[in-house]
Design a protein around this ligand. Structure first.
Ligand SMILES: [Zn+2]
Length: 168
């Protein structure tokens, strides 16, 4: 008799499972729209959370990532250059990316003002706000710090200031 009961339960559970699955499917179909609506609403919050998690991960793996990026740049120099060029042409129409790279090379990839080797930014020798042009003849590679310290000053105004603090 025992084995009959076992059979019965097996059968019962199998039927029940089938029914449950069908119910789930039906519920899912019925709720699909509502669920995706909720997901859509939740997504922006989720996105910031993902970004936060990614930033956190980057902090912990920075050296590895930077090393990978550096290696990738060396192995894919042409691709890297064309990415740079595309990015460049979206923002700076007036002189070419190559001209800017060449200028940096002329300065040994150092800040033209303090000589620091770091990520270089475009400094307008005569600031745009003072009538300077966005032209290769009017730009120098400068570190972020010098660039923001020089800001809207002319060299003639800034260099005495640098001399005062012993930079020039
Ligand atoms: Zn500098």
């Amino acid at each position: 008799m025992g084995s009959d009961r076992t059979e019965y339960f097996k059968q019962y559970h199998a039927e029940n499972r089938k029914r449950r699955n069908e119910n789930n499917k039906r519920n899912y179909e019925r709720n699909k729209e509502r669920i995706s609506e909720q997901a859509r609403k939740r997504y922006p919050a989720k996105k910031t959370e993902i970004a936060k998690r990614h930033a956190h991960w980057y902090e912990n793996n920075k050296e590895k990532v930077d090393e990978n990026n550096r290696r990738w740049r060396i192995n894919n120099y042409d691709k890297w250059l064309s990415y740079g060029r595309n990015y460049w042409s979206r923002r700076n129409g007036d002189f070419s990316y190559e001209e800017w790279l060449m200028l940096q090379t002329e300065y040994d990839n150092k800040c033209a003002y303090c000589g620091k080797i770091t990520k270089l930014t475009i400094d307008h020798v005569v600031p745009i706000s003072r009538g300077g042009e966005h032209d290769i003849g009017n730009v120098l590679p400068a570190c972020k710090s010098c660039n923001s310290k020089k800001n809207t000053k002319l060299l003639s105004e800034w260099i005495p200031e640098m001399e005062l603090v012993g930079l020039a």
